[in-house]
Each structure stands twice: as C-alpha cells, then as structure tokens.
Design a binder for this molecule. Structure first.
Ligand SMILES: Nc1ncnc2c1ncn2[C@@H]1O[C@H](COP(=O)(O)OP(=O)(O)OP(=O)(O)O)[C@@H](O)[C@H]1O
Ligand SMILES: [Mg+2]
Length: 234
C-alpha cells in the first residue's frame, strides 16, 4: 500500500516551556477529509501550526507521501502542496479582492487562476474592487480559501472555517468545500461545529488536552452525537 498523503507521528509541541501537544498521531489519505475536533484549548490550532511549520518547537515526525517534512519551514511546506487557512483568515485588509487574488503565486498546473476563483465564489466577483477590510466575515473566509487555491494545493488545513458566520454563509462555505472534496482535495478540518464537520469529514479525530483521545467514523460520531456535543460545548 502507498504511504498516506499526510502522516503525523508522535507529535509533541511547546509554547515556551508549556507543552501543548502530547504524542499526537494522525493520518490523512489522498482525497480524504479528516476533522480535528475538541473543545477550546485542546490543541487543534497548535496541530495545524506544527504541521505547517509555523510552530517550530516540536518533536515527532510529519510526512507527506512518505517524505519527511518535519524540519522544513512553512514556505517550503506550502510549496510541497499544503495550504493553511488560519482562524484569523489571512487576507490583506488594505488590498482589493482582485489584488488579494492576484498576489499569491501559482506554483503548479493545478493552481487556480484568479478568474476561476471568482467563478467558484460569485460573492467575490461582485466585490472585486472592494478592500479586504470592507468584506463580511463570510466573504473574508471565501477570499482566504480562494487565495490558497491559487497555489494548487493537495491538502487544505482549515481552522474553523464556519466560526462566527451566519447559517446561510456556513452553508455556502460547506458547499464550496464539498465541491473541492469531490474534485479530490484532501483536508484536515478543525471544527467545533459538529454538524459542519459531519457534512464533510470521512473520519473524526478527537483531541483532549493535547492528546488524541480517539478517531471515529462519521457513523460513530452520529451515534454519539449528544455525548460529543456535550463534551465540545463545555
Ligand atoms: N501563542 C501561545 N502561547 C502560549 N500558549 C498557547 C499559545 N497558543 C495556544 N496556547 C496554548 O496551547 C494549548 C492549545 O491551544 P490551541 O490554540 O491549539 O487550542 P485549540 O484547540 O485550537 O482551541 P480553540 O478552540 O480555542 O481555538 C492551550 O492550552 C493554549 O492556551
Ligand atoms: Mg484554535
């Protein structure tokens, strides 16, 4: 069998002296969506930041299709096909939507043209000349996702894409991500919104206090919906 797309093994990570991750292991196969769930402070964002090379104080191994990328910097990791959409939606507030879309480099044939981005996100087309700062939360999230697609990634790391958005906007984002998944995009999706995670993910990894507690199938999450919702909401 070929190596998984992403394989994280025994990952430990620190902020100064404080250890935030304790032996986290997880896998994402080609075209698969894995949801990382867990309550506030569980280590979800830290996991994404460690994989992406943003957080450097770590041990363990991170492999992409069997190649060790643990010690690469975030720029090199991005080049290898990982794209990170952080919680704070990294867009340029002072640039227009059009400029935000034109800026990121296209590194391979899978990279989206800025035209393809606006076609996939019609809300952005209408806002092309508006500055990033003037966009609604949902539009900012769409722009943040569209921007990383320019690079032609194979794996998206998404940190709470539905957070703080109105239900109708959450549905739009969901539809876009489902479309990407149908085209074969793999995702590691951090979500506290279990319904959102259920609509996209093939498997769900539950983090508790910086450790992987268990990995569940979608059917298992549905069966234990109440218990998990109670856990996540505390
Ligand atoms: N910059 C930082 N400096 C020090 N400690 C941090 C920092 N960022 C996170 N932590 C700590 O690391 C642990 C994991 O935090 P992390 O942000 O990864 O959790 P999370 O699961 O993403 O939570 P949330 O749902 O609130 O986003 C927490 O105890 C948090 O307080
Ligand atoms: Mg977080």
């Amino acid at each position: 069998m070929s190596a998984p797309l992403l394989e994280v093994s025994d990952l430990n990570a620190w902020y100064g002296q404080a250890q935030a991750l304790h032996g986290v292991s997880l896998k994402v196969n080609e075209g698969e969506c894995v949801a990382l769930i867990g309550r506030n402070g569980a280590g979800k964002t830290t996991t994404l930041r460690s994989i992406m090379g943003v957080l450097r104080k770590k041990t363990g191994s991170i492999k992409l299709r069997g190649e060790d990328i643990t010690r690469l910097d975030s720029h090199q990791i991005a080049r290898k096909g990982l794209a990170y959409v952080p919680e704070e939606r990294a867009i340029f507030a002072t640039l227009t939507v059009k400029e935000n879309l034109e800026l990121p480099p296209v590194w391979n044939a899978k990279g989206w043209s800025s035209r393809k981005c606006t076609e996939a996100f019609p809300a952005l087309e209408a806002r092309a000349e508006h500055s990033g700062a003037k966009l609604s939360g949902g539009e900012q999230q769409m722009l943040a996702i569209a921007r990383v697609l320019r690079a032609g990634p194979t794996l998206l790391l998404l940190d709470e894409p539905s957070e703080g958005l109105a239900p109708v906007v959450v549905q739009q984002i969901q539809k876009i991500l489902r479309g990407l998944k149908a085209e074969g995009m793999a995702m590691l999706l951090v979500e506290q919104n279990l319904h959102f995670a259920l609509s996209l993910a093939d498997r769900h990894t539950l983090l508790v206090d910086g450790e992987v507690k268990e990995t569940l199938t979608t059917a298992e999450v549905r069966a234990r919906n109440r218990e998990l919702l109670d856990h996540l909401s505390v």
